[in-house]
Design a protein around this ligand. Structure first.
Ligand code: NPW
Ligand code: ADP
Ligand code: K
Length: 485
C-alpha cells in the first residue's frame, strides 16, 4: 500500500484538504443508497449502523453515514476507539441528526438489527488483524447487508492474508485502486462484490495486477495470413503414465486449444492420445529424441518416466512448463536443476506441490499446504525467487509471480474447477501459449484467465458439477468471448 499512499499524498498536496475523503464518502453513500433502495424500496426510515474505527477509514464511513442520515435513514455510529474518532466525520454525522454510541453492547445490538452496516473499522492502515474491541462484530449474527469501506476490516490490504478474524462484506467499495487483498484469497472471499470508486487518484504502476478481457485479447496469438503450423508453434507434451493415462488426454486437450499450431506427444499413452485426437503427432522415446518443439509441458500424470522426461526437457533450449509429478521431482532436485537453463521455466504447483518445492529450495520439512493457501502472494513470490522461474500457484485464487517481481492474480476462477484433471488442461493450455511465443508471465496469466472462464462456461449458470474434459471443450467459446470487442 506504500504506492497508494504515495499517490494519495501527491494528489492531496494539490487539492483542498478533505477533497479525497469527500469523494470517497460520496461514492460510498451512493452505493449504500442503491443497496437500501433495492432491499427496502427506499433509504428513508432504514436502519444503518456505522462501525467507525480510529483512522480515515472511519472518517469515510461517518461522512457516508451523515449523507444517508440526510436522506432520512436512521443512522447510529458505533465508535470503537471513541477518543480517536474522526472529528470532521463525527461532526457531520451529528449535524445530520445521526446517533452516536460508545457502548459496545448497544453497538452489537444495533449491528445485528441494521438493514445496512458500514464497516469503517480499519482500511489500508490496518496492521496485524482485528483488535479485540472489533472482533465481536466479525462473529455476530446480522440480518442486513455489510458494506466494507475500502477493504473488509481484518484483511491485510497488501497480501489478502487474514490474521485472525475479519468482517465478511456483501459489497466492498474501494477507493482509487483495487487493493491486492481484495483479489487474493482468503481476503478476496471476505470482500463480496467489489466496486471501485474513482477519487481522481492516478495509481502508479501496480506491483500486483489482474488482467481483463481486453488485456487477454491483446495477448492471444492469432494466426496471420502467412502463418503455418510450425510458425504458430509446436507444443510438446510429456505426460501420462500407466496409472494416469487420462492426464495425457487432458493435457493434450488443453494444448490443442491454446494457440499452438501443433501438439507433439511423448509418453506411454500415445495410443489413447491418437485414438482420441488424431491430429496429434506422437513420437517414441522422450523429449530429447522428439522433433523440434517451441515449448515443453512435463509432468501431468507423470509416473515412472517423469524423471527422465524432466531432465531431457530441462536440457532443451525452449521454455518448459513443469506440472504435477514433474514438480515433485523438481522439489527433490531443488533450484539447482534450473540453474543452467537458457530459456524460461514455468512452474504450475497447487499448494501441496508448492510445499514440496519450498522444501527442496530450503531443505528441511515441507511447510503445511494450508499455511501456503493462507499466504498465496508470499508463497508464489518466494517460489519464483528461489527457483528463478515464473510460478503459477493454483487454488482458490490463482496467483502468477515472475522472478522479476511482477505478480498477476486471476479474476476469473471458480470453485467448479476443483475437479480432477482440470489442472492438466491448464498445463496443456499454458504450454501451448508458451509455444505460440507468449512470455511465461503472459502465457500463465492468460491461460488461468481462459481456464477460469471455461470452468464457468462448463459449469453453466447457476452452476453444476462439470468435468475437466468439458472445461477443455469450453475453451473455443471462451476464446471467442474474450476476442469479441
Ligand atoms: N489517504 C487518503 O487520501 C484517503 C484515504 N481514504 C481512506 O483512509 C483509509 C486509510 O486511513 P488511515 O491511514 O487513517 O488508516 P485506517 O485504515 O483508518 O487505519 C488506521 C487506524 O486504525 C488503527 N488500526 C490499525 N490496525 C488496526 C487493527 N488491526 N484493528 C483496529 N484498528 C487498527 C490505527 O490505530 P493506532 O495503531 O494508531 O492505535 C489507526 O488509527 C483508507 O483505507 C480509506 O478508507 C479515503 O478517504 C480516500 C482518501
Ligand atoms: N476452490 C477453488 N476455486 C477456484 N479454482 C480452484 C479451486 N480449487 C482448485 N481450483 C483450480 O482447479 C484446478 C485444479 O488443478 P490441480 O490441483 O492440478 O488438479 P488436478 O491435478 O486434478 O488437475 C486449478 O486450475 C486450480 O486453480
Ligand atoms: K473497512
Amino acid at each position: 500500500m506504500e504506492t497508494v499512499r504515495a499517490a494519495e499524498a501527491e494528489l492531496m498536496a494539490r487539492l483542498p484538504e478533505g477533497t479525497l475523503m469527500q469523494r470517497a464518502a460520496a461514492g460510498l453513500a451512493a452505493t449504500c443508497a442503491r443497496l437500501l433502495t433495492g432491499r427496502r424500496g427506499r433509504v428513508y426510515g432504514s436502519r444503518v449502523t456505522v462501525l467507525a474505527g480510529s483512522g480515515d477509514n472511519g472518517g469515510d464511513a461517518l461522512y457516508a453515514g451523515a449523507a444517508l442520515a440526510r436522506r432520512g435513514a436512521r443512522v447510529t455510529a458505533v465508535l470503537l476507539v471513541p477518543e480517536k474518532a474522526h472529528p470532521g466525520g463525527l461532526a457531520a454525522l451529528r449535524a445530520a441528526r445521526g446517533r452516536v454510541t460508545v457502548e459496545q453492547e448497544v453497538g452489537l445490538a444495533d449491528f445485528s438489527r441494521a438493514d445496512l452496516v458500514l464497516d469503517g473499522i480499519v482500511g489500508i492502515g490496518g496492521r496485524g488483524g482485528l483488535r479485540p474491541e472489533a472482533q465481536p462484530y466479525a462473529r455476530a449474527a446480522r440480518r442486513g447487508a455489510v458494506v466494507a469501506v475500502d477493504l473488509p476490516s481484518g484483511v491485510d490490504a497488501d497480501t489478502g492474508e487474514v490474521p485472525g478474524v475479519a468482517l465478511r462484506a456483501d459489497v466492498t467499495v474501494c477507493f482509487g485502486t483495487y487493493k491486492p487483498g481484495l483479489l487474493i484469497d482468503p481476503g478476496a472471499s471476505y470482500a463480496g462484490a467489489v466496486q471501485l470508486v474513482g477519487i481522481g487518484l492516478e495509481p502508479p504502476a501496480a506491483e500486483v495486477t489482474a488482467l481483463q478481457h481486453a488485456d487477454v485479447a491483446a495477448l492471444l496469438p492469432v494466426p496471420g495470413a502467412e502463418s503455418d503450423k510450425y510458425r504458430r508453434g509446436v507444443v510438446g507434451v510429456a505426460a501420462g503414465s500407466a496409472t494416469y493415462p487420462g492426464a495425457a488426454l487432458l493435457a493434450v486437450a488443453g494444448a490443442l486449444h491454446g494457440g499452438a499450431g501443433a501438439v507433439r506427444y511423448v509418453g506411454t499413452a500415445a495410443e489413447e492420445v491418437v485414438r482420441r485426437f488424431p491430429e496429434v503427432l506422437v513420437t517414441e522415446g522422450g523429449p530429447a529424441g522428439a522433433g523440434r518443439v517451441q515449448a515443453w509441458v512435463v509432468g501431468p500424470g507423470g509416473g515412472e518416466g517423469v524423471r527422465q522426461a524432466l531432465a531431457e526437457a530441462l536440457a532443451s533450449d525452449v521454455p518448459v512448463l513443469v506440472d504435477a509429478d514433474g514438480l515433485t521431482e523438481l522439489g527433490r532436485l531443488g533450484p539447482d536443476a534450473l540453474a543452467g537453463r537458457t530459456a524460461p521455466t514455468l512452474l504450475t504447483p497447487h499448494t501441496g506441490e508448492a510445499a514440496r518445492l519450498l522444501a527442496g529450495a530450503g531443505g528441511g520439512t515441507p511447510p503445511a499446504a494450508d499455511d501456503l493457501a493462507a499466504s498465496r502472494l508470499a508463497t508464489a513470490r518466494r517460489l519464483a525467487a528461489d527457483y528463478r522461474a515464473t510460478v503459477l500457484l493454483k487454488g482458490s485464487t490463482t496467483v502468477v509471480a515472475d522472478p522479476g517481481g511482477a505478480v498477476r492474480v486471476n479474476p476469473t476462477g471458480t470453485s467448479w474447477l476443483a475437479t480432477a484433471g482440470s489442472g492438466d488442461v491448464l498445463a496443456g493450455l499454458a504450454g501451448s501459449l508458451l509455444a505460440a511465443g507468449l512470455a511465461p508471465l503472459d502465457a500463465a496469466s492468460a491461460a488461468a484467465y481462459l481456464h477460469g472462464l471455461a470452468g464457468r462456461e462448463a459449469a453453466g449458470e447457476p452452476g453444476a458439477p462439470t468435468t475437466a474434459l468439458a472445461v477443455a471443450g469450453a475453451l473455443p467459446a471462451v476464446w471467442r468471448a474474450v476476442r469479441t470487442p
